[in-house]
Design a protein around this ligand. Structure first.
Ligand code: PHE
Length: 464
């Protein structure tokens, strides 16, 4: 094992840190708004299926690679397949995607920082729901404020990665993750009393075939990868800090269940507000910031405090995910280029900050004003789309093919079962089937649909 390679303090520490990577803006910011854009119920159902049949098996595969090699993605494929092997490209792709995702992720986390700050100034007091909602538009189109908070968030991320993973991230996650869940449960209970609650339950849980667009299926799959931090080696890297006594099967299931729970809770907090106040579920990236302050404003004096706590937790949820993104990029330079952690973190973090600037300016349109008319989406949305809908599923496809078809079967089986209480190899066989067939076939089908070689709409129409 490399000297600088830390390991987690405990099995629980790993689960909580990996859950910290998984639970982030993807659950609270992104999932509700893409659910809204894709018509609700059926999208949620497809997403859940993707988590179960594609996400969980690939998470196990990533952790198997990471723990068996004790290396970050590029190094892991070098150990397993040799120095000249093209499998290393999968590792490089992961580093590249981590770079891209963090660049715009930090901008959104910056919005959360901004709302934390605004909570302190009690910005919503005396305002109508419409006025509160419109504050987001102001933020979105303000260049300077976006860059300012993006810079602060990148500095926080760099700070944590500089300090290492175990003492910082593991310890903080143990406090913050439970706090996040508790506050969400409280908010979800409050939402039950809103008049739009029934409509929200209907929207989120009842599958309406006519409301889903075909593109939604790819988006659900892409989001399953994004939300579980899969397809770019984050779980692989976290798995590389693991000792052999951890149960990979149980941990992966726990991480995924926690992640899904937070995503569904987020919907059950936000959609009742949306339907009660007549907002559009298709409000896009501003959804969480437009809706939640409304419920906070109605609590009265305690509202400001709850709002502050909520956005602080949102920042921390984002931070624990951002750290895993930066860790993948940084650990490449530490492991493969022998840079010090200090140098690797500062340089990669700095470049990612710079690359995030056009995303921070996307709303204002001050940089690349023609981008949207040229490519159909603004700079921010373009990279979010490319990373989560294409790069992560492709990365996941390669990882499932590698572990399912190429990896030494003996090593694979012993790594999967080591540390696990499972004595029955039935689980292992089932996992292999998912990894060899179900996961790669699903990703390939959905990609064929995207490039126009297949019509899933007609296929789904025939089934339902
Ligand atoms: N899973 C994180 C979220 O839901 C984002 C993320 C993606 C983190 C990929 C690491 C790797 O917010």
């Amino acid at each position: 094992m490399n000297q600088h390679r830390e390991s987690w303090g405990s099995k629980f520490g790993f689960i909580i840190a990996a859950a910290g990577s998984a639970v982030g803006l993807g659950n609270i910011w992104k999932f509700p708004y893409i659910t809204g854009e894709n018509g609700g119920g059926l999208f949620v159902l497809i997403y859940l299926v993707c988590i179960a049949v594609v996400g969980i098996p690939i998470m196990m595969a990533e952790i198997v690679i990471g723990r068996s090699t004790q290396k970050s993605p590029v190094g892991a494929f070098t150990v397993l397949t040799g120095k000249k092997s093209s499998w290393k490209i999968v590792g490089w792709m992961g580093v590249f995607v981590g770079f891209i995702i963090l660049s715009y992720y930090s901008v959104v986390a910056g919005w959360a920082l901004n709302y934390t700050f605004m909570s302190l100034t009690n910005f919503f007091s005396g305002k109508s729901p419409e006025e509160i909602g419109s504050v987001f538009g102001l933020l979105y189109t303000s260049s300077g404020i976006n860059i300012f908070w993006h810079a602060i968030f990148m500095l926080m991320t760099i700070g944590v990665v500089l300090g290492g993973v175990k003492g910082g991230i593991e310890r903080w996650n143990k406090i913050l993750m439970p706090a996040l869940i508790v506050i969400f449960v409280i908010l979800a209970i409050m939402s039950v009393f809103l008049s739009g609650w029934r409509e929200a339950v209907d929207f989120v849980f009842l599958p309406h075939i006519d409301r889903l667009k075909a593109s939604g299926v790819l988006e659900a799959l892409g989001h399953a990868f994004f939300t579980l931090s899969l397809g770019m080696g984050a779980m692989l890297t976290y798995g590389s800090y693991l000792q052999k006594d951890t149960d990979i099967v149980k941990s992966s299931i726990w991480i995924s269940v926690l992640d899904t729970l937070v995503a569904l809770l987020a919907c059950m907090v936000m959609f009742p507000i949306i339907f009660t106040y007549g907002f559009s579920p298709e409000a896009g990236p501003g959804l969480v910031f437009k809706t939640l302050p409304i419920i906070f404003s109605q609590i009265g004096t305690g509202g400001m405090f709850i709002s502050f706590i909520f956005f602080v937790l949102l920042v921390f949820a984002a931070l624990s995910s951002a750290v895993s993104l930066l860790e993948v990029v940084t650990s490449y330079f530490i492991d493969e280029k022998s840079w010090t952690r200090h140098k690797a973190t500062l340089i990669t973090g700095g470049i990612i900050f710079l690359f995030g600037i056009p995303s921070a300016l996307s709303g204002a349109g001050t940089l690349f004003p023609q981008w949207e008319s040229m490519y159909g989406k603004n700079f921010f949305d373009t990279f979010d789309y490319l990373a989560s809908n294409w790069m992560l599923p492709l990365g996941g496809l390669f990882i499932s093919i590698y572990v399912g078809w190429v990896m030494d079967p003996k090593l694979r089986q012993s790594e999967y079962l080591t540390g696990s209480a499972i004595t029955n190899t039935w689980y292992y066989e089932a996992w292999l089937i998912f990894l060899k067939f179900v996961a790669p076939v699903s990703v390939i089908l959905i990609i064929l649909q995207r490039v126009g070689l297949l019509d899933i709409d007609r296929l789904l129409g025939a089934i339902f």
